[in-house]
Design a protein. Structure first.
Length: 307
């Protein structure tokens, strides 16, 4: 029991530090050691089953490492197991931590999950589940482009979240709020949000730097934007986070395209896209492929052949 919980805690900690390889290894050990008949009681002691928590971070790591299909499968299997256990808090946690759906651009599915979790929280008097569900709902709405709904909800829920002393995930959630503000035209406030202290978490740092670059480009600071994109790429490569690398490379390639540097843009983006062997129906790979096509030439898009 203690070994399972120790691997779970280490999986979580490594993930927040941005060490995806180590996090995945410890998450895999949780799954290898866990036996439903022997360890089912842990959810009654901890309120969250160790496999539910490990699945969240295993799915995030899988997506970031460049395996979006595997990431979604991990989440789906874990949610199905949580439904079978039917422990209210564990199920609510599993419904609200489908972050991989947001990463893959599956916003409608994530919104359905948060609605179900909110009802579950009300039914079983679990206000923290309601709060998390409402926060993730705001995030999903912003990312889905429903700014008028998403920004006020996310801003309000982040205040409530922080008022309870919670800080986990706040850097990323603030960055998404900043994205929504920028999309609504409030660039100054968006940069204030994204410049807040507390970025010691490293899990989403590459995306935060990418969003900062995009906001600077909206201000017309193209040199600053390029510099922020390059910092994002450097961190993504250090993490071996191919999905972050692809997303940032797409943003930087678009910037270079606007400056007439089509060849440089293609040379940056094509090798990263071609590395992928799955996830071609997800938003990021579709966006990258569309840009590569727009950049022209007869360059091979080899990843598509492996689909």
């Amino acid at each position: 029991n203690l070994l399972i919980v120790a691997h779970q805690a280490t999986c979580v900690t490594y993930c927040w530090l941005g060490n995806l390889i180590q996090s995945s290894a410890h998450g895999d050990r949780v799954m290898a050691l866990y036996r439903e008949d022997q360890h089912r009681h842990l959810v009654d002691l901890m309120n969250i089953d160790p496999t539910s928590m490990a699945a969240l971070y295993r799915s995030i790591s899988a997506w970031m490492l460049g395996y979006p299909d595997q990431a979604q499968e991990i989440h789906e299997v874990s949610l199905a197991d949580a439904r079978l256990r039917n422990h209210p808090f564990d199920l609510g946690y599993s419904l609200t931590t489908g972050w991989v759906l947001e990463l893959c651009g599956e916003f409608s599915a994530l919104l359905r999950h948060t609605e179900e979790a909110e009802v579950l929280g009300q039914l079983h008097r679990l206000p923290i589940i309601e709060l998390i569900a409402q926060t993730i709902r705001g995030l999903a709405l912003v990312r889905a482009g429903r700014i008028d709904e998403g920004v006020p909800r996310l801003r309000d829920r982040l205040k409530a979240w922080q008022a309870q002393g919670n800080e986990a995930a706040m850097p990323y959630w603030r960055a998404v709020l900043a994205e929504g503000l920028a999309m609504s035209g409030d660039i100054e406030e968006s940069l204030v949000q994204i410049a807040r202290p507390g970025w010691e978490e490293r899990l989403h740092l590459a995306e935060i730097l990418r969003l900062k670059g995009w906001m600077l480009s909206l201000q017309g600071d193209l040199d600053g934007a390029a510099q922020s994109y390059q910092s994002s790429l450097a961190w993504a490569r250090e993490q071996q986070a191919k999905s972050w690398e692809l997303r940032t490379a797409t943003s930087l390639a678009r910037l270079w395209q606007s400056q007439g540097q089509d060849s440089e843009a293609h040379e940056l983006l094509a090798p990263i896209y071609n590395w992928f062997t799955e996830g071609f129906d997800t938003k990021d790979l579709k966006d990258a492929k569309s840009l590569l096509v727009a950049l022209g030439s007869g360059h091979t898009i080899s990843g598509e052949r492996q689909r």
